[in-house]
Design a protein around this ligand. Structure first.
Ligand SMILES: CC(C)(COP(=O)(O)OP(=O)(O)OC[C@H]1O[C@@H](n2cnc3c(N)ncnc32)[C@H](O)[C@@H]1OP(=O)(O)O)[C@@H](O)C(=O)NCCC(=O)NCCSC(=O)CCCC(=O)O
Length: 336
């Protein structure tokens, strides 16, 4: 386990409000089904189980598609990582990836993944993956792999102090709580029911659930516990990194919107996504996702995230820039 060093102030700040579950009558991000820890995760049986069509050529299908009706970026990154990882030996583990989302993914057709062997070195290997639909790239992704090498240099920030997942409600439980409140507008009910109907293969527990009646401008920071819905197990540790790639794009970019409750996203899409894997972890066990946005401007926003194992080990770091085109929210006469 890595030794820890003193955290910066931003790393210790866990006061940001959490908008994994957004305002009941604002844009709603979809949310998970209840846990089924005895069942194999659909991420393993379906989403990240690619069909090998030929040498270095794979095909992936979809499970959950966001309300935007463009493919979920995390799914494309996760599948690209599965394809890349299949072309390197078992002693090599992904330590970083860098992706550009160049076209919207079409949920009506599968995605092809073409892997190019950029370089095989002594301890590192690099793969370039192109995700293709309708003959055109929708994502380009470079993945670098490294063999396990010891080092006397070891440090990491300290995980923020937050309540354990056992003390918090899932998004679904929160939605049921909100639905039981009186004076809920029809629009709000519809939004909440849409969340319950979604089939996101993740289980999420916001650390600071948003207040349903009062949305105030908050620091662009949020924290939530997350794990794959269902069992993945220890059989294929490479797969946990692919699942983390899937997880890392979920409700990430909207961190940049937390300071602007009077605007809703008219067009929101991730432009790029980068990830660094630091330690081994199980993505079917609770991990804390710490997200913050250091900057927004010019119709774009930057977000950065850290995925923590619950024992305080830093598992992965992520960065993403996205396009954020917003429109003012029209105040409603009723309570919600
Ligand atoms: C980013 C783009 C759209 C850029 O392509 P482009 O041809 O340069 O497109 P564009 O000109 O920006 O148009 C896109 C759209 O934005 C509109 N637009 C353009 N300029 C303005 C403006 N000033 N005001 C208001 N709207 C504007 C355009 O009319 C386009 O709208 P349209 O698609 O025609 O309805 C493209 O590269 C793309 O689609 N890439 C893929 C992005 C993606 O699919 N990412 C992964 C999925 S997003 C995700 O997973 C994160 C989830 C976020 C979350 O919910 O947390």
């Amino acid at each position: 386990m890595a030794e820890k060093q003193t955290a910066t102030t931003s790393d210790c700040d866990c006061s940001g409000s959490n908008e994994t579950l957004k305002s009941a009558d604002g844009e709603i991000s979809d949310s998970p089904k209840p846990p089924a820890q005895d069942l194999k995760s659909v991420l393993v049986t379906s989403v990240l189980s690619l069909e090998k069509l030929d040498v270095d050529l794979y095909r992936g299908t979809h499970h959950w598609v966001p309300h935007t009706q463009r493919l979920f970026g995390g799914q494309i990154v996760g599948q690209a990582l599965v394809a890349a990882a299949d072309t390197v030996g078992d002693s090599l583990h992904a330590h970083s990836l860098h992706c550009y989302f160049v076209r919207a993914g079409d949920p009506k057709v599968p995605v092809l993944y073409q892997v190019d062997h950029t370089r095989d070195g002594r301890s590192f290997a690099v793969r370039s993956v192109k995700a293709i639909q309708h003959g055109q790239p929708i994502l380009t992704c470079q993945v670098s792999f490294h063999m396990v090498q010891p080092s006397p240099l070891q440090h990491q920030f300290i995980m923020p102090m937050v309540p354990p997942p056992e003390d918090l409600l899932t998004v679904e439980e929160l939605v049921h709580l909100y639905l039981s409140k009186p004076d809920l507008t029809e629009k709000a009910k519809q939004g909440l029911n849409k969340i319950l109907a979604a089939e996101v293969p993740l289980e999420i527990k916001p650390v600071h659930p948003p207040h349903i009646y009062r949305l105030t401008a908050a620091e662009p920071k949020k924290l939530f516990w997350v794990r794959a819905g269902g069992l993945i197990g220890e059989g294929n540790m490479k797969l946990h990194r692919c699942v983390a790639a899937y997880v890392s794009d979920f409700a990430f970019l909207d961190t940049a919107m937390l300071s602007y409750p009077n605007y809703r996203a008219k067009f929101i899409a991730s432009l790029d996504h980068a990830m660094w894997f630091h330690n081994t972890f199980r993505s079917d066990e609770w991990m804390l996702y710490e997200c913050e946005s250091p900057w927004a401007g010019g119709s774009r926003g930057l977000v950065q995230g850290r995925l923590w194992r619950r024992d305080g080990v830093l598992a992965a770091s992520c960065s993403q820039e996205g396009v954020l085109r917003v429109t003012p929210v029209t105040p409603e006469p009723s309570k919600l």
